[in-house]
Ligand binder design. Structure first.
Ligand code: GLC
Length: 540
């Protein structure tokens, strides 16, 4: 007789993964040219394995003139010489996999570099030609077509249009060296599918999709208009979802739960969730977490709204505290000791939630936003007059030693952005043997999460709490308390607040700050702590 074996389906690897973002230029420089590279990353994989991350996301390392530091790609199927070559990539991928670390690479489908052969061909070709159809070329408006075709502005400042000598204008939502491609053109769609397959065949585990919400522009390219906020006809157009349905099918053709995550800066959680409907992408960055100010009420609202919206499409959430485009969280939360304490607390809170957490390199060292002197700034957003720019969160990682380049490259290397002298206390070496360092806090937090993650239910309870405090409960028995208030909160007040009253919060597993205060019965300001109630626990 045949006895049926129950099928146990493993959740896909990415569902609750902690993914570490590597900004390739700034992570580790093996060849001493002041710019990080693939070999540098490979040499630091043991560091990442010890940190305890499940995956890394590598920002673009493809052939590029580097006007937007790699987000201007001239050849999607090759490695820029500054970062290494395809053999280096294969070696990095193989070694990461041996250490149990998955690798996500960036794909940049909204635009190419102006040095991409397609754009070079388009510039040399005539208006109306097939080569120009791959981009968005238009005649100008006004007398003699001397004005741009519409009023769209570049995200980096100035108009989103540049005129060629023959009079036509081309669209670039970013720098003029990043012409937008035309997603209504089949050649464009086919090319990106082929690029996906190129990297999938090499063995990557997933993709981070750059500017995923902007590929389609509204038909007729109408002016952007103000109605409440800015109505941008290049944001979140319905057609974009057809691309991700197709990409979903391609990812499914491969084994190993390959995935893609969208960088889609959209209005609200509902719009965000449309990118992760069952037949679309696996994940989308939840930027609402990083946009939330330091307040228990706003974190609570983001959690509630996210879980509702994501639950409605049966997807799994993500949480993002920082990346290479935003001010580092230490500085966002007020800099100094408070900034570091709050960043640690927000991290521990995020790690208590179901879903995947994205951590930006340097967060584990508690790096603040660096002051980059004007003469050193390189971000095209700064150069185009679009504000102070993003260089301050991209300064190379301090590994060791007491002066620049802090082991980012060999002694004598000049990093592409200057590192502050105050970072000598923040190096990996300086933090490695200090139990109270941010680095060791991250290691403990990721280890604690790894032990728990498979045991916890995905439901989240947010009981009523005193003002300034957020409590997250997950069965069986995990409670995370975050104190954003100005005064310490006593644990007895919390257990009196919700259902946990009868059962107590349990044993302290980890706190983001002073464990002894928590053991003594309070959660200090700017601190989060995890408690675990085990079966035999019946309150105190
Ligand atoms: C994304 C990237 C950013 C880049 C832009 C243009 O927002 O994260 O760094 O400048 O796209 O590719």
């Amino acid at each position: 007789m045949h006895t049926a074996t129950p099928q146990v389906t493993q959740p896909p690897w990415w569902r609750d993964a902690v993914c570490y973002q590597i900004y390739v230029r700034s992570f580790a420089d093996a060849n001493g040219d002041g710019i990080g590279d693939l070999e540098g990353i490979r040499s630091r994989l043991p560091y990442l394995a010890r940190l305890g991350v499940d995956a890394v996301w590598l920002t673009p390392f493809y052939t590029s003139p580097q006007h937007d530091h790699g987000y201007d790609v001239a050849d999607f199927r090759n490695v820029d010489v500054r970062f290494g070559n395809l053999d280096d990539f294969d070696a990095l991928l193989t070694e990461a996999h041996v250490l149990g670390i998955r690798v996500i690479v960036d794909i940049v489908p909204n635009h190419t570099s102006s040095e991409h052969p397609w754009f070079q061909e388009a510039v040399a070709a005539k208006p109306g030609s097939r080569a120009r159809e791959r981009y968005i070329f238009l005649d100008g408006s006004g007398r003699g077509g001397r004005k741009p075709p519409n009023n769209w502005l570049s995200h980096f400042g100035g108009p989103a249009w540049t005129q060629l000598e023959d009079g036509q204008w081309y669209l670039h939502l970013f720098d003029r060296s990043q012409p937008d491609v035309n997603w209504r053109n089949k050649e464009v769609r086919d090319e990106y599918e082929s690029v996906l397959r190129f990297w999938l065949d090499r063995g990557v585990d997933g993709f981070r999709i750059d500017v995923a919400h902007s590929l389609y522009k509204e038909q007729g390219l109408p002016d952007a208009r103000r109605r409440g906020g800015l109505v941008a006809p290049y944001h979140d157009q319905p057609e974009v979802h057809s691309v991700y349905r197709r990409w979903h099918q391609i990812l499914e053709e491969y084994d190993g739960d390959r995935m893609a995550i969208a960088e889609a800066w959209v209005a609200d959680e509902e719009a965000m969730a449309r990118y992760i409907r069952p037949d679309e992408l696996q994940q989308t960055f939840n930027f609402h977490w990083l946009l939330a100010p330091w307040s228990a009420a706003s974190f609570r609202k983001v959690i509630t709204d996210t879980l509702r919206a994501v639950g409605a499409v049966e997807a799994s959430p993500t949480w993002v505290l920082s990346n290479h485009d935003v001010v580092r969280e230490v500085t966002r939360y007020g800099d100094g000791e408070a900034g570091v304490a709050r960043s640690r607390a927000a991290t521990l809170t995020m790690l208590a939630l179901p879903g995947s957490s994205y951590i930006y390199q340097g967060a584990e060292l508690g790096l603040p936003q660096a002051e980059v002197p004007e003469e050193h700034r390189q971000d095209p957003a700064w150069l185009r007059g679009g504000g102070v720019g993003r260089d301050g969160c991209r300064v190379p990682i301090p590994w060791a030693g007491t002066k620049p380049p802090y082991g980012f490259g060999a002694d004598g290397t000049t990093p592409w952005l200057p590192q502050p002298s105050s970072w000598r206390n923040l190096t990996v070496e300086a933090q490695d043997n200090d139990a109270s360092s941010t680095l060791n806090f991250f290691r403990r937090a990721l280890a604690a999460r790894r032990t728990l993650v498979g045991q916890l239910d995905r439901q989240v309870r947010l009981p009523r709490t005193p003002p300034g405090v957020l409590v997250i409960e997950r069965e069986p028995g995990l409670t995370c308390v975050l104190n954003c208030g100005k005064r310490a909160v006593s644990l007895s007040r919390l257990t009196a607040a919700g259902e946990s009253a009868s059962r107590g919060l349990g044993d302290l597993l980890i706190s983001s700050g002073d464990d002894s205060a928590v053991t003594a019965g309070t959660v200090p300001p700017d601190t989060a702590a995890w408690f675990r109630r085990t079966a035999g626990h019946h309150g105190s």
